[in-house]
Design a protein around this ligand. Structure first.
Ligand code: FMN
Ligand code: SF4
Ligand code: SF4
Length: 369
């Protein structure tokens, strides 16, 4: 199947062929590392690369302390070389950058141009990097993080922010600050918080969300996808065999289901995209508290769902519980009435889920408008 039809995933105006990324590991993940694994990843964040005097000095200190780092004299020259090597591949190219001031990031983006995703390293917890004003420093100084995102966006490029969950005072507020400052992607090291953190982030912002940390099997990846991740990333476990197995499993799942990151139903712990599967608000269930939280009246919710399916096959559904497929459950919930109607329409379960995905996108766009 064509990769766009399978995943419908775009990053930096490029089709992402599989929702699996390589996450940065300083001193390890460069173009050669990515190219050796290119068949089974859709995107890669090379680096981290230090990009100014203060962070280059921090890299020196880390090397002296025995850590592996990329070592070079001229960051622009090194980054131009590495990104050029990825140009011929079909892997969306990202670079993970450590800088001590917004200007440094902007200068790199202006030098390398728009063909690269610029990832701000707000993750590193090595003391020399924190002392240089990057990595975790940015999670404790959100104004500096905001200024860095804005500086990169002023160069017209795509921006990702790599965060470590549980470090900022409040991850929801952090995510919203990242969104409001104009970033395009949140790449979250979930630490031990798991899929609950993915759901919290998904319910806080409409950005592309990459889930990271110990995602080395399809069952873990699926948990992330079904709670709101658009992609998953691997660093320590980014061996070719693991990536190939994940790619094969997620592709098979996408073809079987029609929506590779379909949410769980709301009453089974799904994120807000699950509103696409919700019934009419007629009973005491998790829908009502959610509607209260997002300040949406019941009537407005019903009207929104009806509006979302106008002129689509989901508009009808005479024999279904609520007279329209707009209010019908996920395909994994067995239902002869829904399936009878789908058969009449000539729609497969996969097509049904693709329409439900469109509907979820419209619902989320309304919630975050
Ligand atoms: C040796 C090493 C170097 C790393 N360097 C960076 C870095 O430069 N920038 C960054 O954002 N994360 C860096 N990370 C963090 C990883 O990208 C990733 O978030 C973390 O290892 C958890 O994911 P994993 O379980 O897939 O490894 C590094 C991790 C390791 C093990
Ligand atoms: S409306 Fe239906 S699907 Fe949604 S939470 Fe309630 S019972 Fe579950
Ligand atoms: S008709 Fe079936 S799928 Fe539709 S809402 Fe009722 S139980 Fe769910």
């Amino acid at each position: 199947m064509d990769p766009y039809d399978r995943f419908e995933l775009i990053l930096n105006n490029e089709v992402v062929k599989t929702p699996i990324a390589i996450a940065s590991m300083a001193g390890w993940v460069d173009a050669a590392y990515v190219l050796a694994r290119a068949d089974h990843v859709g995107a890669a964040f090379m680096g981290g690369y230090s990009i100014d005097e203060a962070t280059l000095k921090a890299s020196d200190a880390l090397v002296k302390a025995g850590r592996k780092e990329f070592v070079y004299d001229d960051p622009v020259e090194e980054l131009a070389k590495q990104t050029a090597l990825l140009k011929e591949s079909d892997v969306v190219c990202g670079v993970n950058l450590r800088g001590s001031a917004p200007d440094a990031f902007q200068q790199i983006a202006e030098a390398l141009g728009r063909g690269v995703v610029y990832e701000i390293d707000a993750h590193c917890r090595q003391q020399p990097m924190i002392d240089a004003g990057c990595g975790e420093y940015l999670l404790h100084h959100p104004d500096q993080l905001k200024a860095t995102i804005e500086a990169l966006k002023s160069a017209g490029v795509t921006v990702s922010v790599k965060i470590r969950a549980g470090v900022a005072a409040n991850d929801k507020d952090l995510a919203r600050l990242i969104w409001k400052a104009g970033a395009d992607v949140i790449h979250a090291d979930l630490m031990d918080f798991g899929h609950a953190k993915v759901r919290q982030l998904r319910n806080s912002v409409p950005l592309m969300l990459i889930a990271n940390n110990s995602i080395n099997s399809f069952s873990v990846a699926k948990e992330m996808f079904s709670h709101g991740a658009d992609m998953v990333s691997l660093a320590r476990q980014s061996g070719a065999e693991t990536l190939a197995a994940l790619d094969a499993a997620v592709s098979q799942y996408a073809d079987e289901i029609g929506w590779y990151n379909a949410p769980k139903q709301l009453c089974r712990g799904g994120d807000m995209r699950a509103l696409t599967f919700c019934c009419m608000p007629v009973k005491d269930c998790p829908l009502l508290p959610l509607l209260r939280r997002i300040e949406m009246e019941r009537g407005a919710f019903i009207a929104l769902k009806q509006e979302c399916v106008e002129k689509t096959p989901l508009e009808e559904g005479e024999h279904t519980c609520f007279g329209s497929l707009a209010f019908c459950c996920k395909s994994s919930t067995p239902c002869m009435f829904r399936d009878m109607h789908l058969r009449e329409l000539g729609l497969s379960h996969q097509d049904y889920m693709r329409y439900k995905r469109r509907m979820a996108e419209k619902i989320m766009a309304t919630i975050f408008s």
